[in-house]
Design a protein around this ligand. Structure first.
Ligand SMILES: [Zn+2]
Length: 104
């Protein structure tokens, strides 16, 4: 695919801003909520934790995988489709590192 810079209009930029905000929140919450459940369970009910920890650990692992999936599948440049990895474009750094287009 040809990698070239493209100007996005206001509406596309606004859509992208919303999209990448959702990527940030989903990846954080999917990682943090299961971790909170796992650790919170240990702190609140250590006796029950001895029995139920494998279940909360599974939730933790599934959440981490889902978090990585969001970053890999959704955190991409809408123009050149390059994956960003841990980099998430925001209004402070609005350009794609791949094609250089302003995307948010
Ligand atoms: Zn790009």
């Amino acid at each position: 695919m040809e990698e070239q810079q493209r100007e996005l209009d206001e509406r596309e930029l606004a859509d992208n801003q919303l999209h990448f905000k959702q990527v940030i929140w989903k990846s954080i919450l999917l990682a943090l909520i299961p971790a909170g459940i796992h650790v919170g369970h240990l702190l609140i009910a250590p006796e029950a934790f001895k029995v139920y920890w494998p279940y909360t650990l599974v939730v933790l692992i599934v959440g981490s995988i889902a978090s990585c999936y969001v970053l890999v599948a959704k955190n991409r440049c809408p123009i050149c489709n390059k994956g960003f990895g841990r980099y998430i474009p925001t209004q402070r750094s609005p350009n794609c590192p791949g094609c250089g287009s302003k995307i948010v």
